[in-house]
Design a protein around this ligand. Structure first.
Ligand SMILES: Nc1ncnc2c1ncn2[C@@H]1O[C@H](COP(=O)(O)OP(=O)(O)OP(=O)(O)O)[C@@H](O)[C@H]1O
Ligand SMILES: O=C(O)C1=C[C@@H](O)[C@@H](O)[C@H](O)C1
Ligand SMILES: [Mg+2]
Length: 174
C-alpha cells in the first residue's frame, strides 16, 4: 500500500482505536492528527481552544493534516477535520478516505464512558448525548462527501478493521 488512509468520523467513532489496529494489520505507520498537534504544541486541545478559539485550533489542524500526510500512513483525524473544504479535498486527492459511521447512541455511550475532556472540549455547551446528536446531524453529509468508503463503526474494532481491509482489497482488485 502506498496511498495514505485517512479515517474520518464523529468523536468516539473509533478513528484512533481502529487506526492503530489497522496500521498494525497492514504493516503501516500510524499517526493521529489530534495527538500530533497536541505533542507539537505542547498543549491540550482544550488549552488551545481557550487561548486561540476554535478558529485557531482549526488552522493548526489543517497544518497537522498536511504535515503528517505521507505514503503508507494510516491517519486518524479529528472529528471536525471535514468542516474545511480544503481538508476534504486534500484528503480525497492525497489518499483513501474512510468514514467510520456509528449512530448517536453508540457514540454518546463511548464518550460518556471516556470523555477525555482535554482532547474533546465541548463544542456546544450541551450535554454529551444532545451535542453528539446535533453535531452529527450537521456533519454527516460532509463525512459522506469526503469519504471513498463508509464502514459500520458500531462493530468491535477487529470487525471494523476487517471491513476496511475488505473495502481496500476490493478497490485494488477493481
Ligand atoms: N469499535 C469500537 N468498539 C467499542 N469501543 C470502541 C470502538 N472504537 C472505539 N472505542 C472506544 O471509544 C472511545 C473513543 O474511541 P477513539 O478515541 O478511538 O475515538 P475517535 O474517533 O478517535 O475520537 P476523537 O474524534 O475524539 O479523536 C475509546 O475509549 C475506545 O476504546
Ligand atoms: O469533533 C470535533 O470537532 C473535534 C474532535 C476531536 O477529535 C478534536 O479534534 C477536537 O476536540 C475537535
Ligand atoms: Mg481520535
Amino acid at each position: 500500500m502506498t496511498l495514505p488512509i485517512f479515517l474520518i468520523g464523529a468523536r468516539g467513532c473509533g478513528k484512533t482505536t481502529v487506526g492503530q489496529a489497522l496500521a498494525q494489520a497492514q504493516g503501516c505507520q500510524f499517526v493521529d492528527t489530534d495527538s500530533w498537534l497536541q505533542d507539537t504544541a505542547q498543549q491540550t486541545i482544550a488549552d488551545i481552544v481557550e487561548k486561540e478559539g476554535w478558529d485557531g485550533f482549526r488552522a493548526r489542524e489543517t497544518a497537522a493534516l498536511e504535515a503528517v500526510t505521507a505514503p503508507s500512513q494510516v491517519v486518524a483525524t479529528g472529528g471536525g477535520i471535514i468542516l474545511s473544504d480544503y481538508n476534504r479535498r486534500f484528503m480525497r486527492e492525497n489518499g483513501t478516505v474512510v468514514y467510520l459511521c456509528a449512530p448517536v447512541n453508540v457514540l454518546a455511550g463511548r464518550l460518556e464512558a471516556f470523555p477525555e475532556e482535554g482532547q474533546r472540549p465541548t463544542l456546544t455547551g450541551k450535554p454529551i448525548s444532545e451535542e453528539v446528536s446535533e453535531v452529527l446531524a450537521s456533519r454527516d453529509a460532509l463525512y459522506r462527501e469526503a469519504a471513498h468508503y463508509v464502514v459500520n463503526a458500531a462493530q468491535p474494532p477487529a470487525q471494523v478493521v476487517a471491513e476496511i481491509k475488505a473495502a481496500l482489497q476490493l478497490a485494488c482488485a477493481s
